[in-house]
Design a protein around this ligand. Structure first.
Ligand SMILES: NC(=O)C1=CN([C@@H]2O[C@H](COP(=O)(O)OP(=O)(O)OC[C@H]3O[C@@H](n4cnc5c(N)ncnc54)[C@H](O)[C@@H]3O)[C@@H](O)[C@H]2O)C=CC1
Ligand SMILES: O=C(O)CCC(=O)C(=O)O
Length: 630
């Protein structure tokens, strides 16, 4: 890293700290006053007018101090409060303040009485803090400020910085008007609009660079920092209206997140994927080879659902892109819908409902049966199938299941050796096989004919699993007495018009792929998948990845972490370790996880090393991706 003879001038309020100190002081001193909220609101309004340059700073200060009614004794409490309100990225980058201590200044229109003790902990001595000072009366009440101080005047920071006559490039880091005018006046060389705590449009417009946190500032200036790559530079694109909590979780961690309500076509996605590090989708978006070829920065795909066949998993893997899904978050929702549909179909509730909506009263018991004692055939005894098995038994059904794998029968469920056996005996057949493309037309004319006369079929798995022409023929002929279908061979990318051969058939429940669409499920997914994404981006963990060797790594403490993804070819580990040995790295730990095609090796090492090793590791033949984390 190059150390340039630069000077760094920081603002205090809303930059070094997350708050405006006088607002905090007001909260404290006005406690118990009946019109407290009103006065605090007024103080904040005046503060903002001053920051944006809409009233003179002296005026803003005078008005606020009058409203504050503060005392000298309140200041200790204020300092204590402020200690807990240091900006997150300032707090995590103490190393910069230590190493560049001699070049860092604070110029603030706040007050030395509370700034000095706070910034002292960041190696900024009182003599490099330029701020106002309070005036007290004999009882210690704060009655004003030193009006002779340039910082108590309009554009006082310009005057203050001019008087300092700093040598070298002067960079100002702040959030408001009084900061960017130093740059405009030509006294500072660069202004960085600091938006970690507050985003002021005017400041951003006048900035050489908008810096959402100190990580970004340190990154663009190539200065020592706590984190290898600022998270705000990691772009996340979330499609298909995923729950807003996902946006919240990922933005809270510092990532730049964009939400799109619908899925995108291949062409649209090819356009949008450029520069994106993380893509979040549900079941509609196809992540094809063409999309992956256009993805120049992609690290992770998050499927905010169970199914992953919409993603070319192997191609993602060959590009070193990890895919996560949410294998259990909506399981219960699908199961509850299946239970509801079994009952609705058996009782012919939908035909009765349609009749009465049409103004027809048709009280009848024909084609209306209890589910108790009836045979339920579950095809696919996985997470959904098993949970459905338990609930169906609880309402008195006899459960049969068929699965290609050997599965433990829960409760009294009975395994069927063949699909035909299950179809022959079931009153209701419900499909919960996985979204494997080999399951296309799994239920066709032959299978429907193997079902009992008057039986019902439920498909909550994938549309292509059932031959829709055959199903509609079986319903029209009366072979089947009803069906519930949630998934279709072709589904629209956004809400709107939709057509299916099954429309208008009696005792057929049609839903628009909402098996997993409950508030609870979407909320669960919005926690589960972002956690997996963050765990991979921040630490390299691949636990529960669907296309990648899984590894749970120990916590990275005081070390740099090299993540090397490569084709699993003979001799590659030896090459990696040869490079590490050549550069004499002090290795704290090394972890390896492989499958037949891919190797993922993680090396934790001491922070001090020759950075040329990174280039050497990237150059190793068959390297797919390489990242450094700290
Ligand atoms: N409608 C909706 O909104 C939702 C649909 N789903 C779909 O539900 C399906 C099941 O989900 P999970 O239970 O979580 O999956 P899972 O992977 O836990 O279970 C699937 C089971 O099907 C079995 N299987 C696969 N192919 C088979 C075949 N040809 N014959 C017999 N058994 C076969 C597997 O061995 C496995 O036990 C998936 O297709 C998923 O995409 C999941 C959530 C919501
Ligand atoms: O809710 C979705 O978008 C898809 C639900 C689903 O089919 C799944 O989780 O596999």
């Amino acid at each position: 890293m190059t150390e340039v003879a630069r000077k760094y001038v920081f603002d205090f309020d809303s930059t070094l700290t997350r708050v405006e100190a006088l607002d905090v002081l007001a909260e404290m001193t006005l406690q118990g006053k009946p019109n407290r909220e009103e006065i605090i609101g007024e103080i904040q309004r005046i503060t903002n007018l001053g920051i944006d340059g809409d009233i003179s700073f002296t005026e803003s200060l005078e008005q606020r101090i009058k409203l504050l009614e503060a005392h000298k004794d309140d200041l200790d409490g204020l300092v204590e409060e402020l200690r807990h309100k240091i900006s997150k990225s300032i707090e995590s980058n103490k190393e910069f303040f230590e190493k560049f201590s001699d070049d860092i200044y604070v110029i603030s229109c706040g007050f030395k009485e509370f700034i000095d003790p706070i910034v002292k902990e960041y190696n900024i001595p009182s003599e490099r803090v330029f701020a106002n000072t309070f005036e007290f009366d004999e009882q210690g009440n704060i009655i004003g400020f030193d009006e002779k101080n340039v910082l108590a005047t309009h554009n006082g920071k310009i005057e203050c910085l001019k008087n300092l006559d700093l040598k070298g490039e002067v960079q100002v880091i702040g959030d408001g008007y009084s900061d960017y005018v130093m740059r405009e006046a030509g006294i500072a060389d660069k202004f960085f609009a600091y938006t970690e705590n507050v985003h002021r449009e005017k400041a951003a417009e006048h900035a050489d660079h908008v810096t959402p946190n100190l990580d970004e500032f340190l990154f663009v200036n190539d200065l020592p920092r706590n984190i290898s790559y600022p998270k705000n530079r990691i772009k996340i694109l979330l499609l298909e209206n995923v729950h807003p909590a996902a946006f919240h979780n990922l933005s809270e961690d510092g990532f730049s997140v964009e939400l799109v309500k619908t899925s995108l076509s291949e062409e649209e996605l090819i356009e949008r994927i450029k520069g994106v590090h993380v893509l979040g989708i549900r079941s509609k978006t196809q992540v094809t080879q063409k999309v992956m070829d256009a993805a120049d920065k992609l690290l992770v795909v998050g499927a905010f659902c169970i199914g992953t066949t919409q993603i070319d998993l192997n191609y993602c893997k060959s590009k070193g892109v990890v895919v996560f899904n949410a294998p259990y978050s909506n399981t219960r929702s699908v199961v509850e819908l299946a239970i509801g549909e079994i009952i609705m179909l058996m009782r012919s509730v939908f035909p009765r409902s349609t009749e009465i909506h049409g103004g027809q009263w048709n009280k009848t018991a024909s084609n209306s049966r209890e589910v108790r004692g009836k045979n339920l055939g579950i095809v696919g005894y996985g997470n959904i199938g098993k949970q459905l098995s338990v609930l169906a038994e609880a309402i008195g059904m006899r459960v049969y299941y068929y699965d290609i794998d050997d599965k433990l029968a829960l409760g009294n469920a009975v395994r069927c050796e063949t699909l035909e056996n299950l179809l022959n005996i079931s009153d209701v057949v419900t499909l919960h096989i996985d979204d494997n493309k080999a399951n296309k037309d799994f239920i066709g004319e032959r299978e429907l004919n193997q079902m009992k006369d008057g039986a019902m079929l439920i498909n909550l798995s994938r549309g292509f699993v059932v031959d829709i022409d055959a199903l509609s023929a079986a319903l029209e002929s009366g072979k089947l007495a009803g069906a519930a279908v949630d998934v279709y061979p072709e589904e629209p990318r956004a809400n709107g018009e939709f057509h299916s051969k099954l429309q208008g058939l009696p005792n057929v429940i049609l839903t628009p792929h909402v098996g997993g669409s409950t508030e609870e499920a979407q909320r669960n997914i919005a926690d589960f998948v972002p956690n997996k994404i963050m765990d991979y981006i921040n630490s390299g963990n691949t636990v529960d990845a669907v296309n990648f060797p899984n590894i749970r790594l120990p916590k990275q403490t005081n070390a740099h972490r090299f993540l090397h993804i490569h084709k699993n070819v003979p001799g590659i580990m030896a090459k990696i370790n040869k490079v590490l040995a050549e550069y004499e790295l002090n290795i704290n730990g090394q972890y390896l996880s492989t499958d037949s095609e891919l190797g993922y090796v993680i090396t934790d090492l001491d922070k001090e090393y020759n950075k040329e090793v990174i280039k050497a590791l990237r150059k190793i033949e068959n390297t797919i991706k390489f990242r450094v984390l700290y």
